[in-house]
Design a protein around this ligand. Sequence first.
Ligand SMILES: CC(C)(COP(=O)(O)OP(=O)(O)OC[C@H]1O[C@@H](n2cnc3c(N)ncnc32)[C@H](O)[C@@H]1OP(=O)(O)O)[C@@H](O)C(=O)NCCC(=O)NCCS
Length: 135
Amino acid sequence: MYKEDTSITIKTGVENMSQKEVVNLLRQTVWAKERKKETIIKSLNNSICYGAFTKNRQQVGFARVITDYATHFYICDVVVKKEFRNKGIGRQLLKTITENEDLKPLLGMLITENAEKFYEPFGFTKNPICFMTNK
Ligand SMILES: CC(C)(COP(=O)(O)OP(=O)(O)OC[C@H]1O[C@@H](n2cnc3c(N)ncnc32)[C@H](O)[C@@H]1OP(=O)(O)O)[C@@H](O)C(=O)NCCC(=O)NCCS
């Protein structure tokens, strides 16, 4: 029987990400399934990247943060590989992000359609201020 090693390490920094695995992970999402590879790579190069890796160095989770390091940070593209969900990996990614000393004083933002419960333990609550976008 196939048995996956589920002990996970979180790594930070674009240089530690597997571009191929991040593209595959984003293909599993509703919002980025059609995002071009070049766009994904550009976004990685301009974000703080977080990856979840198995002992076999397979990347099974990803999240990124966009920030000015002065006022706000924005968490996006949070995704865990389907077969690895509900094992606490997403929570490990969020814990690493929210424990970043540079980000702690800033206003954190994110958009979610249905995963409020996932973010609430990290101090995120629904903000009644209307969110506007241009797309
Ligand atoms: C959301 C996602 C990243 C969570 O990762 P994960 O590794 O499965 O999450 P964890 O195992 O750390 O779960 C932690 C908790 O969040 C909850 N949770 C996970 N996904 C959830 C969701 N979509 N909605 C509400 N709660 C969720 C779990 O029930 C768990 O709570 P519990 O311990 O009280 O049962 C993962 O399900 C995923 O990749 N989903 C598809 C992409 C996506 O929707 N990303 C979020 C966009 S805002």
